[in-house]
Design a protein around this ligand. Structure first.
Ligand SMILES: *Cc1c(COP(=O)(O)O)cnc(C)c1O
Length: 380
């Protein structure tokens, strides 16, 4: 026996979620965003499950090289482009598509002698003020790139700051993008998961879903906060589960865990779960964070330790050492056998990672990408 903490990655769920993206953006090609080790799900297994996508997006040349080594011939976009000119020969050799997001990068690329053609994505800053050139400089940047014989196709892109919220920022950024790129006849890409799902007018030639492919809702921090991935037809790709490795009986008034941050309101039975912040579980999840024991909803108690956390067993009197615990994802017995019938025996449908994230004051993005390397991953 090994430590019971395990992350199950469901490749059928990944493929299902890609299908949801396709159905929502039927006229666009799909750039599957698999950065950050595929949002914690593992690059290799995720790319295999998502091989039906039209292209992959990563950040580092190393990740792209890994995909090429595994035989993928899809276009691969480097979302932060090149960091140093000495990466360009490898980028060209591997046929990667760097995002050009500063004017000087266009100059450097144009000046560098390369034997292979490099297709690029040229990023405009339309209001997020993160990466991207000023739209006013687009004409001169295009002139620079087009003058270089080794620069191939150019795809224009931008990124939305608030596509997950109810305001007009998408409309404003879209208008700025359209004004700058009108009549250029170049392919374009704007939409992340949130825009893919809620702003079809932004779909253009390529959509760039990330979080939705993993089954989580991009709307969790917004006014649409109670929407989970499941509410929008997605299936959770990662289930984090463990077991009770200890039981304690505490008396009313006694403290639980470091700093005695939880004081028992009555005599109670509590469980100790093999999962802590060194596994990627959020340390800021306070007493009351939802958790399933034996597929039944209960709450965490006190501070999360490095390797363990405590749960209230009051609603689950039969719980014992070895009882299954679901930290997030589909219920402990959920599998990919029947995607439409994934209810846990209790009739509940697992525990959305969005709910755990909300209790910890963060997003599903952070929880999924924080999964620690020491956690065993099993593919179902
Ligand atoms: C990460 C990223 C995405 C994916 O965003 P989601 O909200 O996860 O869908 C899309 N485009 C760019 C440029 C990104 O950096």
């Amino acid at each position: 026996m090994t430590r019971p903490l395990i992350a199950r990655v469901d490749s059928a769920a990944l493929a299902h979620n890609l299908g949801v993206a396709r159905a929502a953006a039927p006229h666009s090609k799909i750039l599957a965003v698999v950065k950050a080790d595929a949002y914690g799900h593992g690059l290799t297994r995720t790319a295999r499950a998502l091989r039906g996508a039209d292209a992959f997006a990563v950040l580092r040349v190393e990740e792209a090289a890994q995909l090429r080594g595994e035989g993928y011939s899809h276009p691969i976009v480097l979302l932060e482009g090149f960091f140093h000119p000495d990466e360009l020969p490898e980028i060209a050799r591997l046929r990667l598509r760097p995002v050009i997001h500063r004017a000087d990068q266009a100059d450097i690329l144009a000046r560098t002698k390369l034997n292979q053609r490099v297709d690029v994505w040229l990023k405009l800053n339309t209001g997020m003020n993160r990466l991207g050139i000023d739209p006013k400089r687009l004409p001169e940047t295009l002139t620079t790139l087009r003058a270089a014989p080794h620069v191939g196709s150019i795809t224009l892109m931008t990124h939305f700051a608030s596509a997950d919220e109810e305001n007009d920022s998408v409309e404003r950024q879209l208008a700025r993008f359209q004004e700058a790129t009108r009549n250029l006849g170049l392919p374009a890409s704007l939409a992340n998961s949130a825009a893919l799902l809620r702003h079809p007018q932004s779909h253009a030639d390529w959509v760039r879903p990330g979080i939705m492919l993993y089954g989580a809702s991009p709307f969790a921090s917004s006014t649409l906060a109670d929407q989970t991935g499941e509410d929008i037809g997605l299936l959770p790709a990662m289930t984090l589960e463990s077991k009770l490795i200890g039981i304690q009986f505490v008396h009313r008034g006694e403290g639980v865990g470091y700093g005695a941050r939880y004081i028992a309101e009555r005599d109670m039975k509590i469980g100790v779960v093999a999962c802590g912040y060194a596994d990627g579980y959020p340390r800021h999840a306070d007493t009351g964070t939802p958790i399933l024991v034996d597929n039944q909803l209960t709450r965490t108690l006190g501070r999360v330790s490095m390797d363990m956390l405590n749960v209230d067993l009051t609603p689950i009197p039969t719980a014992h050492v070895g009882s299954p615990v679901t930290l997030w994802g589909s219920g402990a017995v959920g599998g990919s056998a029947d995607l439409r019938n994934r209810r846990a025996p209790c009739g509940c449908s697992g525990l959305p990672v969005e709910h755990v994230a909300a209790a910890a004051g963060t997003l599903s993005y952070e929880l999924l990408t924080a999964l620690a390397p020491r956690v065993r991953v099993e593919e179902t």
